[in-house]
Design a protein around this ligand. Structure first.
Ligand code: NAD
Length: 690
């Protein structure tokens, strides 16, 4: 027998131990030997109960994701077969869970008659995060143990629960104190003498009499924010089947749904993102032996919108923070916003009063750069102006201790140029947070020509500690995210002039999957920002500038591309804006026409992909999947579409090139000129993401 499954006999109890490093995944090489071991023990009259345990750091942690979509995944015995085998044993099986039992691992445990977990164990069904539902009985067995409402909550959220909670919910039968396998054996001994061992499949008490109306209401509340994702809805349907259908029928329906989802684009996209996030941590020139500098105290310069959020992100992560601004008034304003944000989290119940107090205690404030002398990491979030940044970095160079990391949160400026204001450019990098910085997951780590590998390794480590998803990028105007956003936005004004409305453009992009359309977003950020920037650069956007000149600054003035009623953030169509667009078009000799939704998609999203290709060509991003991570975590690109570069593959690179060429010819705009990489991949029939 393969050594990845072993049997140890102890009187009338047998312990089957799975040892399939690193995480005891349910790969094909393990399933066969497990099946054989169970069959052998079932036929062994001297054995009266079986403990199923795992070696190494965890119980069966889940399916082998690399097998998904391949023939090996379906090779017998499948997990479904193993679950049926466990359930039909002549003797009880007891799962002994340590580490985590997730997905297929939990399904295996639920097919056992009983479950014991050590107190640090975690159990759950993360499948929805990969665009799937449990496919081997999870949605049919779990409701029989927890009741359907709890089950649907667990499966739709995808979040694991700890052992004690699992015990309270009925998912497991005991929490082990001390030796897990010894506890499982003790339970096995007590059950071995009992004649009746009902498997989970026959336990219907918690299903009978379910109020379906209440179930449906609870389930629809859970899926309200699923934004076009299929898996959460499929999970609800599967648990509902567990209530309304006999066990075997519900099992067949669950399997059919799983197989459909696993072959579908959404799950492929979500699996791509799962691997993309892991890949993003691998950075050229950074290895396990790259030194990571110690970071305890963090200085944040600028107590404005970004500085406040960044300071909170670090305080939330347990770091000591000193917040600096130019005047006491600016500090007071900034700190009051921080206190207000924490207070509203406490009021909402998402933060305890104790935690709030602990976080606030980590802050100190000052207007004197000298206080930054003992900071390990200093991040500036002052005005977006090269002269101001230069001034700040020159000051930092004189006060910061040797070895301190100096970071800029600039959105667009050249970080090489900022670093040149210091005598230590290898200690300078960009840490580009997104607004609100205490909430948004994304962090672009901007590597200059001279940033030392130690800095990058430390930034990756610190980012992880404050719960950010980070991507290392190179220096260019706007880095990866904002540079591509600019390309996406290039055509929105021409689209208005040629016949579209703000509401049509926003509808098309929200229907595509963005949480907000570009015009609603501009109204939220403030139209005055872009207007001032363009004025400084001697540029002009006909409609945007006319609106700003007329006091349409967006939500803050109650009028932007939309109008807003007092105290409301709901964008309403504005007849005055429609008139302005009409007039501007007429004055500029543009004949307005009907614009199709497809045209809007092509003129906004194809340039987005094209700019991504240029970014790859220039080496600003190391891989296409890094770009997808940026757009998923920073710009709300739909998870079910996998990010712009993955989506480009679904759309067809050939089609994208063809349409870009068409629009390039028509408009002469460089955003439409297909990037050589895009052309080459399209010609080869390839994709960006393999
Ligand atoms: P903000 O105007 O809200 O805040 C800037 C703060 O910096 C103000 O409180 C100001 O008093 C202070 N300040 C200016 N000069 C200073 C100096 N020399 N020393 C100390 N304090 C000084 O601006 P913001 O929106 O927070 O943007 C800050 C930076 O973050 C900019 O570089 C911006 O491009 C970047 N950024 C902004 C966003 C965003 O969504 N707003 C997102 C990512 C990055």
């Amino acid at each position: 027998m393969d050594t990845c499954v072993t049997i140890e006999r102890d009187g009338n109890i047998a312990v089957v131990t799975i040892d399939n490093p690193p995480v005891n995944a349910l790969s094909f090489r393990m399933r066969g030997p497990l099946h054989d071991a169970l069959a052998e023990l079932d036929g062994d009259a001297s054995i009266q109960a079986i403990v199923l345990a795992c070696a190494g750091r965890t119980f069966v942690s889940g399916a082998d994701i690399s097998e998904f979509g391949t023939e090996v995944a379906l090779a017998k015995p499948t997990l479904l077969d193993l679950c049926a085998q466990l359930e039909n044993l002549f003797k009880p099986a007891i799962a002994a869970i340590h580490g985590s039992a997730l997905g297929g691992g939990l399904e295996l445990a639920l097919a056992c008659h009983y479950r014991v977990a050590d107190d640090a164990a975690k159990v759950g069904f993360p499948e929805v995060k990969l665009g799937l539902i449990p496919g081997s009985g999870g949605t049919v067995r779990l409701p029989r143990l927890t009741g359907p409402e709890k089950a649907v909550e667990l499966i739709v959220s995808g979040a694991p629960v700890g052992a004690q909670k699992a015990l309270d919910l009925g998912m497991i039968d005991a929490v082990a104190n001390g030796d897990l396998v010894a506890s499982a054996k003790a339970l096995a001994r007590s059950k071995a003498t009992e004649t009746d061992h009902p498997p989970v499949r026959v336990r219907n008490d918690l299903l009978t009499g379910t109020d379906l109306t209440a179930f449906d209401a609870a389930a629809s509340a859970l899926t309200k924010k699923s934004r076009g994702l299929e898996a959460p809805l499929a999970a609800v349907a599967a648990v509902r089947n567990a209530i309304t259908l006999p066990f075997d029928e519900a099992l067949v329906a669950e399997r059919a749904t799983f197989l459909k989802l696993v072959a579908g684009d959404q799950s492929r996209a979500q699996r791509h993102l799962f691997f993309a996030e892991r890949e993003a941590g691998k950075v050229a020139g950074i290895g396990k032996d790259t030194l990571i500098r110690t970071v305890r105290k963090v200085g944040v310069i600028g107590a404005g919108l970004m500085g406040g959020g960044i300071a909170m992100a670090f305080a939330n992560g347990g770091f000591e923070v000193v917040l600096l601004d130019m005047s006491d008034a600016a500090i007071e304003r900034g700190f009051a916003t921080i206190e207000k944000t924490y207070a509203s989290s406490v009021a909402r119940g998402s933060l305890s009063e104790d935690d709030c107090a602990r976080r606030l205690k980590r802050f100190s404030t000052s207007t004197d750069y000298a206080v930054l002398a003992d900071c390990d990491l200093i991040i500036e979030a002052v005005f977006e102006d090269m002269a101001v940044k230069h001034d700040v970095f020159a000051k930092l160079d004189s006060v910061a201790k040797q070895g301190a990391i100096l970071a800029t949160n600039t959105s667009y400026l050249d970080v090489n140029e900022i670093a040149a204001a210091t005598s230590r450019p290898s200690d300078v990098l960009g840490l580009h947070f997104f607004s609100p910085a205490n909430v948004m997951k994304l962090l672009e780590i901007v590597r200059t020509d001279q940033t030392s590998p130690e800095l990058i390794a430390t930034a990756l480590d610190v980012a992880r500690k404050i719960g950010k998803v980070s991507v290392v990028v190179g220096v260019c105007h706007g880095f990866v995210g904002n540079r591509m956003l600019t390309a996406r936005g290039n055509q929105i004004e021409p689209l208005l002039l040629e016949g579209a409305t703000p509401q049509q453009v926003d509808r098309v992009l929200t229907e595509f999957g963005f949480p907000m359309g570009p015009f609603a977003m501009l109204d939220m950020a403030g139209l005055d920002i872009g207007w001032r920037k363009r004025k400084a650069l001697g540029q002009r956007n006909l409609i945007a500038d006319a609106l700003a000149e007329d006091g349409h600054y967006g939500q803050k003035t109650g009028r932007g591309y939309y109008r807003y009623e007092e105290g409301s953030r709901t964008p309403l169509p504005d007849a005055e804006v429609a008139r302005l667009i009409d007039e501007t078009a007429r004055e500029n000799g543009i004949e307005r026409r009907e614009i199709s939704d497809q045209e809007i998609l092509e003129r906004t999203l194809y340039p987005l992909v094209n700019e991504g290709a240029r970014i790859l060509e220039e080496g600003i991003a190391a891989r296409a999947s890094d770009i997808d991570i940026v757009w998923i975590n920073g710009y709300g690109f739909s998870i079910g579409k996998g990010g712009p570069m993955f989506w480009a593959g679904l759309e067809g690179l050939g089609k994208i090139v063809e349409r870009l060429e068409y629009w390039h010819q028509k408009t002469g705009e460089t955003v439409f000129e297909p990037a050589p990489l895009l052309r080459r991949l399209a010609a080869e029939g390839g994709s960006f993401t393999g």
